[in-house]
Design a protein around this ligand. Structure first.
Ligand SMILES: [Zn+2]
Length: 239
């Protein structure tokens, strides 16, 4: 069985390609977004702890987002895929090495056409409302996992998980939830969710990001003006 990966990159840098010994095919978009887990694997191995470097610190870009903001931003980017007209929620799961192992957003199950199933929430018949059909972001992120299990993983989500998602989170082995909004805190579903998460020793905390807004602008970088070091000459064969 062959494994195929798609690599989304911001530029067609050959040194990145050389790192990808496991990739059978590469698809290079010059202006694509950058949250594939392969990219994450490539970039994260050098700076897992975000430790300040002693040397060269004056040259380092100081305007980077921290890990919590990064993973929550990915959850929010995933939410952009949702067809729900009222509530778009995304979720991102990372493992203990800060590698992304699952991403999802709220949507209809596979095979259930977005244009045929209802997105309403106030119809008289329960069958004409979305609630019986939609898969929540947390469930989709768990089911989309690209690792064998989610033991001790951490889940980032825009909205505090409902009681149904809390069950899935607990059963999957996830040990921590980071959320942004708790707007349904007064509802029984959320109260039950917190009761179950606490009983199962799943930590949960609200993120207060220092960057209130993260903008992705595909035109932000002027690639033509970027400094590109000359390629080193190929080493001569030594016999
Ligand atoms: Zn849910």
């Amino acid at each position: 069985m062959q494994d195929y990966y798609w690599l989304y990159m911001t530029t067609n840098c050959t040194c990145f390609c050389l790192c990808l010994a496991s990739c059978r095919e590469l698809l290079i978009f010059n202006y694509c977004t950058i949250f594939s887990f392969i990219e994450n694997r490539i970039m994260n191995h050098t700076d897992i702890e975000d430790k300040p470097k002693q040397s060269n610190s004056s040259c380092k870009n100081q305007n980077f987002i921290d890990w919590d903001e990064y993973f929550m931003a990915i959850a929010f980017l995933a939410a952009k895929r949702s067809k729900d007209p009222c509530t778009q929620v995304g979720a991102c799961i990372i493992n203990e090495d800060k590698k992304i192992v699952g991403v999802g957003y709220n949507g209809m199950p596979i095979g259930c056409n977005d244009d045929e199933f209802p997105w309403s929430k106030n119809q008289e018949s329960e069958l004409d409302n979305k609630y019986l059909y939609v898969c929540h972001a947390e469930l989709n992120a768990i089911l989309n996992k690209n690792s064998s299990d989610l033991k001790n993983c951490k889940l980032y989500v825009g909205l505090f998980p409902c009681n149904e998602c809390a069950k899935c989170i607990i059963q999957s082995g996830i040990k921590e939830v980071v959320y942004l909004s708790d707007k349904h805190a007064h509802k029984n579903g959320t109260i039950a969710s917190k009761r179950m998460l606490s009983a199962a020793n799943v930590k949960y905390s609200q993120l207060n990001p220092k960057n209130k807004k993260i903008v992705i602008d595909f035109n932000e970088i002027d690639w033509d003006s970027m400094y590109q070091p000359a390629l080193s000459p190929a080493p001569k064969n030594v016999s």
